[in-house]
Design a protein around this ligand. Structure first.
Ligand SMILES: [Zn+2]
Length: 111
């Protein structure tokens, strides 16, 4: 992969990483302090806490995948499938820059 392409994907990854970090950072501020709630507000707080957990569950693995991909850029192995070693198509990388598997391996893993 050309250095200019790598640079392009690195920017995409850093952008997404910042986006996700901003989201979780903002959500963290809105989590109500423990013990400071009474009566009707408890139910509302529970719903919000549940939402926070869901956010973390979905963003956590993605953030890790982005960090892994950035690590592969540094090591010079970015864009190579972790399953079979082929070069992942740039079309696929454009859509999912943090992927570590070609379409075939991805489908085999989720099948
Ligand atoms: Zn593969």
């Amino acid at each position: 992969m050309h250095a200019s392409q790598l640079d392009h994907f690195k920017r995409l990854l850093l952008e997404k990483q910042r986006e996700l970090s901003d989201l979780t950072g903002e959500a963290g501020i809105r989590v109500p302090a423990a013990g400071g709630l009474r009566g009707d507000s408890v139910e509302e707080a529970d719903a919000e806490a549940e939402l926070q957990i869901r956010l973390h569950q979905t963003d956590g693995p993605l953030l890790r995948a982005i960090e892994d991909a950035l690590g592969r850029i540094r090591q010079g192995t970015y864009g190579v499938c972790g399953g079979c070693g082929v070069h992942i198509s740039t079309i696929r990388l454009e859509a999912v820059p943090w992927t570590h598997h070609c379409r075939e391996c991805k489908e085999r893993r989720s099948a």
